[in-house]
Write a protein that binds this ligand. Structure first.
Ligand SMILES: [Zn+2]
Ligand SMILES: [Zn+2]
Length: 230
């Protein structure tokens, strides 16, 4: 049997950021880094929309032209329960249903979290303020100082606590802030647009490092973000 290539880190990261850390079934939307697990482990499963072989759920919907089963387009990020359900009862979950879940995921998530387009900047500001304040407080309490001891001892308790807060609280907050701002781009001036673009790069870097396990520096948090919509 020909060996399959492992799904690339790049695709995994794209799936994670696309999902914003939540199961992509709109009727589920379970956090993939459950708080009960302290942000330490994720429960995300990459599910194939169309399987590799001639058998398996939805295999009869395989496109006739060239097709890559392990591509970003053919994968969806789900919690273990939803993955089991779509594979055991594939008749209820066609290819177009699953791709529809994926394309409307952020809208469904925003809706479930009460994220909306506000009438003015002040309301948008209020909507992001709590998550921003929480992140800042955690960062002050737990973040390693540049060049600090975490670099030398990643097994230390402090380093573990930081990782858990990052995955369980800080990153979900960032995803939430991003979703709110995207829905309220109409209230941003050009400088804020630029700040937001850099902020998104910052979050992407954090996710790459703390979810994708990719070493390297994230773009620094742009200080101007503190004043967004103010
Ligand atoms: Zn599967
Ligand atoms: Zn689910």
């Amino acid at each position: 049997m020909a060996s399959r290539k492992a799904i690339s880190t790049e695709i995994k990261l794209r799936l994670f950021s696309d999902s914003a850390g939540y199961c992509q079934n709109p009727d589920c939307l379970q956090p993939l880094y459950p708080a009960e697990m302290g942000g330490e482990k994720h429960i995300a499963e990459m599910a194939h929309v169309i399987p590799h072989g001639e058998k398996g759920p939805r295999h009869e919907e395989r496109p006739t032209k060239e097709f890559e089963a392990d591509s970003f387009e053919n994968l969806i990020l789900l919690c273990p329960t939803c993955h089991t359900i779509i594979d055991k009862a594939p008749d209820g979950f066609s290819r177009s249903t699953l791709l529809g879940w994926k394309s409307k995921h952020l809208v469904a998530l925003a809706h479930s979290q009460g994220i909306q387009t506000y009438e003015d900047r002040n309301q948008a500001r209020e909507a992001v303020a709590a998550a921003m304040a929480e992140n800042k407080a955690i960062w002050k309490e737990y973040a390693p100082v540049d060049g600090g001891s975490f670099d030398y001892n990643p097994e230390s308790e402090a380093a573990k606590t930081w990782e858990n807060r990052m995955r369980g609280v800080i990153l979900p907050n960032h995803f939430r802030i991003e979703a709110i701002i995207k829905k309220n781009q109409c209230h941003m001036d050009p400088d804020e647009q630029e700040t937001f673009a850099r902020y998104q790069e910052h979050v992407r870097g954090l996710a790459a490092r703390h979810i994708g396990g990719v070493a390297g520096e994230a773009l620094r948090y742009p200080a101007a973000m503190d004043g967004i919509f103010s």
